[in-house]
Design a protein. Structure first.
Ligand code: FAD
Length: 432
């Protein structure tokens, strides 16, 4: 494998560097560089304003959503050109976080499944940052078992009436639109009764309630639907085809989420290089070095795994299940590193406030956010299932309720109505 740029790629990289040097908001460079856990040190209104301005500029310059077709606001670039852009955008990519779901997941889902009219209406606005989108999939009864969701959409003429609850909806509080998976038929097996829609988040009957996180921020929400009316023109694909459409979103989710997660290793190495313990420089302590060596090996393994993806992309192939490996290893590594860094800080490790804490509380912030990383975009267990089944070729998980009509699957508190229902705890999962 040759990881050097081809002549054409090198020329493209030069063009990207040149444009970024001339157009990036360099006045924000320092602020963006002193972030804490992926969050720029900027209030949320300013972050949204700067994010939209940078996205708009990229769109006007032809650098937004690089691999989308030109007709929909992209550039028609190759996947490898998109990777080159991401490598060169550097710290300014932090201004793209609010668009991760819209550009990384909802847009690609529309591209592949929506009508020409729906694509023309929304994709250019997603690309220019004018429309911010969120993903309304998970529910209290449908997270890993996404096909078990219960939010219902009932047809009334040219409209659908939606009732139910979504949860963990990232960015619902600032989104203009949401991609909604709902159940339109309760009498068929669970995967066949789902339909995909998109909703205007200002629709009457949609209520967004923020959830407060461990770290005090509120990135996620509960979203309640009470008789919310959605025009049939906002249905994506056929009635009952929602499961297959959701797989496009989930496939892109692992790419979009995994690609932006930090491992914390470079920060940890720098921290240990600077740290003085009672016994002398931390970097001379064999125990600390052994820990660092373990994380260095994982860091290199991840780099080579990502190089393998790059090489597949440059050969015109699609990324495979190795993204599940990367997401699993990255989120575990970050959590371990944060924990160890805090233990090295001794009593200072309990300080969280960035004004008092060591290294502005960087590792404390990592530790508070990392449990979520092990769940979002597929939990560790689900990722292991994917790796077991798709990479190692091991037998698949048992799926006993796959062929049972959804309304006959017992819910807690009801007696099993079918012999297989006694095992209804063994669920299908979001594996793609
Ligand atoms: C930070 C964050 C952001 C999120 N953002 C969004 C968003 O924007 N939109 C959205 O729709 N959702 C979002 N989610 C929800 C997320 O996708 C779900 O939390 C996730 O799919 C897990 O579902 P669950 O929480 O219902 O857990 P459950 O599915 O109830 O799982 C509980 C436990 O059981 C394990 N388990 C379940 N099934 C199996 C199985 N078959 N084999 C082995 N173990 C199993 C799980 O791995 C887990 O450990 C977000 C979650 C987080 C934490």
């Amino acid at each position: 494998m040759d990881f050097n740029d081809t002549d054409q790629e090198a020329e493209f990289r030069r063009e990207v560097r040149d444009w970024i040097a001339r157009n990036a908001p360099t006045e924000l460079w320092e602020t963006l560089n002193s972030f804490s856990f992926g969050q720029a040190k900027m209030d949320s209104d300013a972050l949204m304003r700067h994010s939209k301005a940078w996205q708009r500029k990229k769109h006007v310059g032809g650098w937004a959503c690089l691999n989308w077709p030109k007709a929909y606001g992209g550039r028609g670039a190759t996947p490898i050109e998109r990777v080159i852009w991401q490598q060169e955008e550097g710290v300014y990519a932090m201004l793209s976080a609010v668009f991760t779901l819209g550009i990384g997941m909802c847009g690609p889902t529309l591209l592949e499944n929506a009508s020409e009219a729906q694509c023309r209406r929304h994709l250019p606005k997603i690309a220019s940052g004018e429309e911010v989108w969120c993903q309304l999939f998970s529910e209290p009864s449908g997270g890993s078992d996404l096909a078990g969701l219960r939010t219902s959409a009932k047809r009334e003429g040219d409209e659908w009436v939606v009732d139910g609850q979504k949860i963990w909806t990232t960015g619902a509080h600032y989104s203009d639109y949401g991609l909604l998976l709902a159940r339109t038929d309760f009498t068929v097996p669970k995967h066949r009764g789902l339909t995909m829609f998109y909703v205007d988040m200002k629709t009457p009957g949609i209520e967004v309630r923020p959830i407060k996180q461990l770290n005090g921020q509120s990135e996620f929400n509960e979203v309640y639907f009470t008789g919310a009316r959605i025009p049939d023109a906002q249905r994506i694909g056929d009635v009952g085809a929602g499961w297959h459409i959701s797989l496009t979103t989930l496939m892109n989710e692992r790419l979009a989420v995994g690609g932006v997660m930090p491992t914390g290793f470079p920060e940890m190495l720098a921290f240990c290089e600077a740290l003085q313990t009672d016994a002398g420089p931390a970097i001379e302590d064999p125990d600390i070095c052994a820990h660092l060596a373990g994380w260095a090996i994982r860091h290199l393994g991840l780099k080579h795994t990502s190089n393998r993806t790059l090489s597949a992309l440059s050969n015109g192939k699609l990324p495979g299940p190795e993204n599940s490996i990367a997401k699993l290893v990255i989120s575990q590594t970050l959590q371990e590193i944060a924990h160890y860094a805090m233990s090295l800080q001794g009593d200072w490790g309990i300080l969280v406030d960035e004004a008092d804490a060591v290294d502005e509380g960087r590792f404390q912030a990592y530790l508070l956010r990392s449990p979520g990383m092990r769940i979002e975009g597929g939990t560790d267990e689900i990722l292991r299932n994917i790796i077991g089944e798709r990479v190692l070729g091991l037998p698949a998980d048992i799926r006993v309720d796959k062929t049972m009509p959804f309304n006959q699957i017992p819910v807690s508190g009801t007696a099993p109505s079918h012999p297989a229902a006694a095992r209804s705890d063994v669920v299908d999962n979001r594996a793609v």
